[in-house]
Design a protein around this ligand. Structure first.
Ligand SMILES: Cc1c2[nH]c(c1CCC(=O)O)Cc1[nH]c(c(CCC(=O)O)c1C)Cc1[nH]c(c(CCC(=O)O)c1C)Cc1[nH]c(c(C)c1CCC(=O)O)C2
Length: 355
C-alpha cells in the first residue's frame, strides 16, 4: 500500500501533497459523450445490465483512461444499485433517468432487506468482481476510485422514486415520520459502510461519497440540517470505514451545500478531501480552509461544453486558485452527453502544458 501511494499521483494528493499540474479525472468520465461507451452500452442492453456485467463494466471504466490517460479511474456503476440490493425495484427509463418504487411509509420500509442480510452483498458481487478486474487492467500509476451515494441522497431517491428538483416527497416524509427517515438513513449508513469496505478489499485505492442533494434538506429542529441529515451520517460512514480499513482515503462531494457547507465537509466528516461543485468560488473556499485541506473539482460542466478561450481561462483560474495547494483537477458535477470529446482534449492540454 505504501509503495502504491507513492506511485499514484491522486493518492499522493489525497495524502496532502501539492502536485503541479494537478492530477485529473472527471465525474461521469465513462458516459454517453464517448462513442465507445455508447457502443458498449448498446451491446450490453439496459443500463443496469451494464452495471452488473463485470466484463462490460470493466470495459467502459477503462475507455476514458485509454483515450485521455486520466490519473484516476472511477468504477462504473451507479449509486442506485444499493436500493436495488435492498430489494427495491429500480429501473432506468431511456431519456428520463432512474425510477424506483417509491418508499412512502413504514409498510415499504419493512419490506427492505435488513442490514445483515447476506443477499445484499450477493446481489452486489458483480460490482466487487468488476473492481478486481479493473485494478488488474489499469496502469499501475492510475488510482482506482470506488464510490457510493451519501445516505441522504440515496434515501431521497428511495422515497421519491425519482429525481425531483425540490425533493418534496423526502422532505414530506421527514416531517410526517422523522423516526422512519432516521431508520432509513441508519440502514444506509450501515450497509454502505460495509459496501465501501468491500470495495477496498476488492481493490479500490480510495472512494468518493456523492451527496448530490446536499442543497435540499428537510427542516431540522436544531436548525443544522446539513449536520443532521448529511454530514452526520457521512461522518458515521467515514468512522466505520476507517475502523476496518485504517488507511482508507475518502473524498466527500456535497453538491449545493454552498461555501459554508463546503468549508465544513472535511472537519465535520473526517474525510481526506472535499469535492467542490461549480457554484462555489474556489479561491474564496481556499482562503477559508486550511492550506493542508485537499480540494477537488469546480470546473463548470457548461464551460467544458462551451470550449475555446473561456475553457482555457477557467482551467487557468483553477490552477491559480490552487497553486501550491493539494488539489485534484475535476469538474464541479458530471460531464454531460453533449460535451465534445475535443473539448476534453483541450482542457487536458491546457492543464498539462507545464508538465
Ligand atoms: C445522483 C446520481 C446517480 N448516479 C450517480 C449520482 C451521483 C452523482 C451525480 O450527482 O451525478 C453516480 C454515478 N453514476 C454513474 C457513475 C459512474 C462512474 C463515472 O463515470 O462517474 C457514477 C459515479 C454512471 C451513470 N449513471 C447514469 C448514467 C447514464 C445512463 C445511460 O448510459 O443511459 C451513467 C453513465 C444514470 C443515472 N444515475 C443517476 C441519475 C440521476 C441518472 C440519470 C441521469 C443521466 O441519464 O445522466 C443517479
Amino acid at each position: 500500500m505504501a509503495d502504491a501511494t507513492m506511485d499514484r499521483p491522486v493518492l499522493r494528493v489525497l495524502s496532502g501533497e501539492a502536485i503541479s499540474p494537478p492530477p485529473a479525472w472527471m465525474m461521469r468520465q465513462a458516459g454517453r459523450y464517448l462513442p465507445e461507451y455508447r457502443a458498449t452500452r448498446a451491446e450490453a442492453g439496459s443500463f443496469l445490465d451494464l452495471c452488473y456485467n463485470p466484463a462490460f463494466a470493466t470495459e467502459v471504466t477503462l475507455q476514458p483512461i485509454r483515450r485521455f490517460g486520466f490519473e484516476a479511474s472511477i468504477l462504473f456503476s451507479d449509486i442506485l444499485v444499493v436500493p436495488h440490493a435492498l430489494g427495491q425495484d429500480v429501473r432506468f427509463v431511456e431519456g428520463e433517468g432512474p425510477r424506483l418504487d417509491a418508499l412512502e411509509g413504514r409498510a415499504q420500509f419493512e419490506r427492505l432487506r435488513e442490514a445483515g442480510d447476506p443477499a445484499i452483498f450477493s446481489h452486489l458481487a458483480p460490482v466487487f468482481e468488476a473492481v478486481t478486474r479493473i485494478r488488474g487492467a489499469l496502469p499501475h500509476e492510475t488510482t482506482l476510485l470506488g464510490f457510493c451515494g451519501a445516505p441522504w441522497t440515496v434515501a431521497s431517491y428511495m422515497i421519491g422514486g425519482r429525481g425531483t428538483p425540490d425533493l418534496a416527497p423526502a422532505r414530506a416524509l421527514a416531517a410526517a415520520d422523522p423516526a422512519l427517515l432516521d431508520a432509513l438513513l441508519d440502514r444506509l449508513v450501515t450497509v454502505q459502510t460495509e459496501y465501501l469496505v468491500r470495495q477496498f478489499r476488492a481493490g479500490v485505492d480510495a472512494v468518493q461519497i456523492f451527496e448530490s442533494h446536499a442543497g435540499v434538506l428537510p427542516e431540522s429542529p436544531d436548525g443544522d440540517a446539513l449536520k443532521r441529515f448529511s454530514l452526520g451520517p457521512i461522518a458515521r460512514m467515514v468512522e466505520g470505514i476507517r475502523a476496518q480499513v485504517p488507511q482508507a482515503k475518502i473524498i466527500v462531494f456535497a453538491r449545493g451545500s454552498g461555501l459554508d457547507g463546503h468549508a465544513r465537509v472535511v472537519p465535520e466528516t473526517g474525510a481526506d478531501a472535499v469535492g467542490v461543485d461549480w457554484g462555489v468560488d474556489l479561491a474564496a473556499l481556499r482562503a477559508r480552509i486550511p492550506a493542508t485541506t485537499v480540494t477537488q473539482g469546480n470546473l463548470h460542466p457548461e464551460t467544458l461544453i462551451e470550449g475555446g478561450d473561456k475553457l482555457d481561462a477557467a482551467v487557468d483560474a483553477i490552477l491559480e486558485a490552487t497553486a501550491g495547494l493539494p488539489h485534484i483537477f475535476n469538474l464541479g458535477h458530471g460531464i454531460t452527453p453533449q460535451t465534445p470529446v475535443a473539448h476534453v482534449e483541450r482542457m487536458l492540454a491546457r492543464l498539462r502544458a507545464g508538465r
